[in-house]
Design a binder for this molecule. Structure first.
Ligand SMILES: Nc1ncnc2c1ncn2[C@@H]1O[C@H](COP(=O)(O)OP(=O)(O)OP(=O)(O)O)[C@@H](O)[C@H]1O
Ligand SMILES: N[C@@H](CCO)C(=O)O
Length: 292
């Protein structure tokens, strides 16, 4: 048997739609795999009642098929599904690491990215890797044209998860099909600033580099209270605010000394909008970890 812990992730980071991602140090999924003649799945943990155990509908079924590695797979969910915190990617990445070890496939973490991304295709229709790449490799990742670049980073941030559900499929439907040259230039400037901020572990540059005018405003409409939560986080010292993945989680990088204050301000602002929420005080961190 192999046991793997895989972290929540936050994709896009505003200016890096479908490209940027970070691994977070909490919450996380724990996945156990044992060799079997055919793949079976057992779910427990947060939101597991909403996740199918049928291998054709669960992300880990597609990963087992991609690696030709049938197994009894037990998933203890710590990352709530439809959260914007890479719930499906955490399970997919953990299964990829566990099955690779179980069957001695010898694949590197980078080589496991396409297999884990097959799981994402099951839920959103696209095998995008901006969540599975950081879940496998850790740190800050840039997923582009089938290649992934990973950078170690350790930026403190708050991930605030409201009690509303937004599916990735629905959130992709509101993304505009085209943009203006002015907005494109703005996005490139932000993305470059964010990438340098990650390399320098500079929360100020990372926050400034999240600013983006095309995808984020469209998706913010799906999150009740987003604008007041954003304003409250910035007032409390966040260096930037954006939608995490497809939402509804909202992330705010900050300096460590402000993190508790930012978390409280975001939860209070959601409460004023009539939405319960939970804030994770977290940081950019390591990827999936294999236990014996
Ligand atoms: N092992 C799994 N873990 C979580 N969700 C799963 C799993 N297998 C299938 N699903 C389905 O995937 C959907 C959740 O994935 P979705 O991509 O919408 O959310 P997310 O991963 O939290 O978001 P994001 O990718 O924006 O961070 C739910 O419909 C859920 O039933
Ligand atoms: N890049 C993806 C991440 C969510 O799975 C999106 O924003 O739709």
């Amino acid at each position: 048997m192999q046991t793997v812990r895989a972290p929540a992730t936050s994709a896009n980071l505003g200016s890096g739609f479908d490209v940027f991602g970070v691994a977070l140090d909490r919450p996380m999924d724990v996945v156990r795999v044992e060799k079997a003649d055919r793949t079976t799945i057992e779910m427990s943990g947060v939101g597991s009642q909403y996740i199918p155990e049928d291998p054709d509908k669960n992300v880990v079924g597609a990963v087992a098929e991609a690696l030709d590695a049938p197994a009894r797979i037990r998933i203890d969910k710590g990352v709530r599904p439809s959260s914007g915190l890479g719930s499906s990617a955490a399970s997919a990445a953990a299964a990829a690491v566990g099955l690779n070890a179980l069957y001695d496939r010898g694949l590197s973490r980078s080589e496991l990215v396409p297999a884990a991304a097959e799981g994402e295709a099951v839920v959103s229709g696209t095998a995008h890797s901006d969540n599975v790449a950081p879940a496998l490799l850790g740190g800050f990742t840039i997923a582009r044209d089938g290649a992934v670049t990973a950078v170690d980073a350790s930026i403190p941030l708050v991930a605030c998860l409201p009690e509303i559900a937004v599916s990735t499929r629905d959130a992709r439907d509101v993304v505009p099909e085209s943009t203006s040259m002015g907005d494109l230039v703005h996005t490139v400037g932000s993305a470059a600033t964010l990438a340098v901020g990650m390399c320098r572990d500079d929360p100020g540059l990372v926050g400034a580099g999240m600013d983006e005018r095309v995808v984020t405003p469209a998706r913010a409409e799906l999150i009740l209270g987003y604008e007041s939560v954003r304003a409250a986080a910035l007032d409390a010292g966040a260096t930037g605010v954006t939608v995490s993945g497809a939402g509804p989680a909202v992330i705010a990088p900050c300096r460590e000394s402000n993190r508790r204050h930012v978390a409280a301000a975001m939860v209070d602002a959601f409460a004023e909008a009539g939405v319960e929420s939970r804030a994770y005080q977290t940081r950019v961190s390591a990827g999936a970890t294999l236990y014996d």
